[in-house]
Design a protein around this ligand. Structure first.
Ligand code: DQA
Length: 162
């Protein structure tokens, strides 16, 4: 099964930008850690980063043609503004987990609203780079449950056919 990780604007600057808030780890290293953990658990994983809202909408939509089973997304600042990202998540209807490095509930008022939190399976916020790891654990759990349910359905259908 395949997981797509989408990073929004300015997350390519991790390690340089506001290190007091986002920490010193680079995006590349976050991705490497996720890749290793996904592989250990038998999942394929791919990564995408963009500073452009429309490109992120495209990346979400393209998941359907790429055989993606679940999306992990940190829309960064677009979390607080983007109805088009929200609509794209609803349109593809894949299990999706929202990630934030910082605790958005404990920051400026404008960060307290997320346009997507009510259309995703869940949100992990405030654990620095570990938020992504926790998100990956949750996604693996969700996808394993879906896989087991499908297998049980197939088994029941086969038994009925006999
Ligand atoms: C962020 C929080 C957003 O408010 C901010 O604009 C970001 C990163 C986070 O991961 O903590 O760029 O999504």
């Amino acid at each position: 099964m395949k997981i797509k990780v989408i990073h929004g604007p300015n997350l390519n600057m991790l390690g340089i930008r506001e290190v007091n808030i986002y920490g010193p780890m680079k995006l590349e290293d976050i991705n490497k850690n996720m890749e290793a953990f996904a592989k250990q658990n038998g999942f394929d994983i791919e990564f995408y980063q963009s500073n452009h809202e429309g490109d992120i909408v495209d990346a979400i939509q393209e998941s359907l043609n790429e055989g993606v089973d679940g999306i992990i997304i940190n829309p960064a600042a677009l979390t607080h503004t983007s109805i088009s990202i929200r609509d794209a998540i609803k349109a593809v209807s894949l299990p999706t987990i929202e990630i934030h490095l910082s605790n958005i509930a404990a920051r400026e008022d404008f960060r307290k609203t997320s346009m997507i939190s009510d259309v995703v399976a869940g949100t992990i916020t405030g654990f620095g780079p570990f938020s992504y790891h926790l998100g990956l654990i949750a996604m693996i759990q969700i996808l394993n449950e879906i896989k087991m349910a499908k297998e049980a359905q197939a088994k029941a259908a086969a038994q009925q056919g006999n």
